[in-house]
Design a protein around this ligand. Structure first.
Ligand code: 4AD
Ligand code: MG
Length: 503
């Protein structure tokens, strides 16, 4: 035997033909007559380990053959490159040590319901999809910090217990703070504005809380938001900052997580297009698109595509069902059963899309100027574009009190939402801030907020007020978009939703 050394799966490329030991968990296994194919995961990747009868002691071969999914073990063997193998390398096993055998692991390769997986989140982490998404989330967060730190922004940690309404009175979580009611933060922005008057360019990054009852795939009650705030900036300057920022994040994920994106089945070419400049529409232009022929034609075309997809899926299902009734090996049977579960769930999704299409078309056609864009409206606009879209200048009545009234058109504010492509909807909300003391005070009163609690915030408009603004990017929505994950709940380690908090 040559020198034996410990390795991780991600480092196997440096050890071809060496004898190495991997430590990990049994992800999956398949047994032929005289050979076992063990897929091991170790946190850095997956590796197929091949155990041939006769190359290891018989009793070990027998133990490995019956070893349960997620048992922990070490395996030793020679590394060989093999393109066909998951990860590109295999181990020809000459020894193994079982550390802790597991039996009846609850999450099997077959499909499970959402509630089941959420209740087993502590184990679901180990599945391939969750592992890939977790790695992308890590890169996104690292890129966020890198972008601002390298652009001379100062990190300011804003409080979680807050005394003021930051965004919206209807979605506050109240906490009893030694007898005084306080709220969990909805945004760090207002505090951050005071810091911008000290440091110029600042950002905060932390968890935020919204008691939104919405049970949509885009809403969490606890989510992470990064918010930059800049003194002496205007709306065009903010848009430029936002498009550079988002492009930087996507480029980093493409650089660091190509293989995870491939495993997740992400359209990498579409991500490669994410470069400045992004599209720019005013709210009024967006409304014109929604209520005009462009959206109508787009939705009609989309309906046809969904109907074709439905037919294709139904044909595939029928084909697999016929195959299933024939004679075949057990592993082939299992594979067909797993494929059928996937196809049936895609069919159900496609049917929902077909059902929703006319409803969304109606909502869009009947959209009236003045309302905030709804989820389906955002989806339509974003699906009609291949890069993110800025929607600017929303009606004043649809937006938060702190946004600056456009002096050229007093009905709208100098704000923007950034809509991610492919139907993922809003990932950023931002604005120039009202910097005139009296106008701001009026807006606070108009929205029924208590001006006394905003004394300190109004002070910022008394002592050297300057044009300033910023935005907030939701981490989970960004990760959902980049990983093409439909449900935002899969993009945070332990999701909290209006109707579900399990572990
Ligand atoms: O548009 P929002 O509400 O903006 C603010 O909070 C501003 N104070 C930010 C600022 O200007 N400094 O939220 C910003 C982003 C949204 O675009 C979205 O990505 C995310 O936060 N977000 C949510 N993510 C998950 N679940 C929810 N319930 C979310 N609400 C907002
Ligand atoms: Mg918003």
């Amino acid at each position: 035997m040559t020198n034996n050394m410990n390795s991780t799966i991600s480092q196997l490329k440096n050890h071809v033909q060496d004898q190495v030991t991997l430590a990990g968990w049994l992800y999956n296994s398949r047994a032929g007559g005289k050979v076992l194919f063990l897929i091991i995961r170790d946190g850095t990747g997956l590796c197929q380990c091949i155990v041939e009868k006769g190359k290891v002691p018989d009793d070990l071969f027998d133990q490995l053959r019956h070893l349960g999914q997620e048992s922990s073990l070490t395996v030793t063997g020679a590394v060989r490159a093999d393109e066909r193998s998951v990860g590109g390398y295999e181990l020809a096993v000459t020894g193994a040590e079982i550390i802790s055998p597991a039996a009846d692991y609850p999450i099997t390769p077959k499909a499970h319901g959402v509630d089941f997986l959420l209740k087993h989140r502590h184990l679901h982490f180990r599945s391939q999809r969750q592992w890939c998404i977790g790695k992308v989330r890590h890169t996104v967060i690292d890129a966020i910090r890198r972008f601002f730190n390298d652009s001379a922004f100062i990190l300011i940690d804003t409080p979680i217990f807050t005394t003021i309404v930051g965004e919206d009175q209807t979605s506050l979580f109240e906490v009893d703070y030694f007898g005084t009611p306080l709220h969990l933060t909805q945004t760090g922005q207002l505090y951050l504005e005071s810091a911008a008057m000290s440091f110029g360019k600042v950002y905060c990054f932390g968890p935020t809380f919204r008691a939104e009852k919405s049970k949509t795939r885009r809403h969490l009650t606890e989510f992470w938001m990064v918010e930059p705030e800049v003194a002496f900036i205007d709306l065009p300057g903010l848009l430029e900052l936002a498009e550079n920022f988002v492009s930087f994040i996507v480029a980093r994920v493409l650089q660091d997580n190509k293989s995870e994106l491939e495993t997740l089945g992400v359209n990498i070419e579409a991500l490669e297009k994410i470069q400045p400049p992004f599209y720019r529409l005013t709210y009024t232009q967006a409304v014109d698109i929604l209520t005009g022929p462009r959206a109508k034609d787009f939705l009609a075309k989309q309906l046809k595509e969904f109907q074709n997809q439905k037919q294709e899926i139904e044909a595939k299902i029928a084909d697999l069902e016929t195959q299933q009734s024939g004679q075949m090996k057990q592993w082939k049977k299992d594979k067909i059963a797993a494929d059928l579960i996937d196809l049936r769930s895609t069919l159900a999704e496609t049917e929902t899309k077909i059902e929703n299409n006319p409803k969304h078309a109606q909502l869009a056609a009947e959209f009236t100027w003045g309302k905030d864009l709804g989820g389906s409206d955002e989806t339509i606009i974003s699906l009609m574009h291949d890069k993110p879209v800025f929607v600017t200048h929303y009606p004043k009545q649809a937006k938060a009190f702190y946004m600056k009234t456009d002096r050229a058109n007093e009905n709208v504010v100098e704000n923007f939402d950034l809509l991610a492509p492919e139907g993922f909807g809003e990932i950023i909300g931002g604005s120039v801030r009202e910097d005139d003391h009296d106008r701001l005070l009026d807006r606070i009163k108009q929205q029924g907020l208590n001006p006394e609690t905003y004394d300190w915030y109004l002070d910022l408009r008394k002592y050297g007020s300057v044009p300033h603004g910023g935005f907030g990017l939701g981490v989970e929505r960004t990760v959902a978009w980049i990983t093409a994950e439909k449900h935002i709940r899969q993009c945070i380690p332990f999701p909290r939703m209006a109707d579900k908090v399990y572990i």
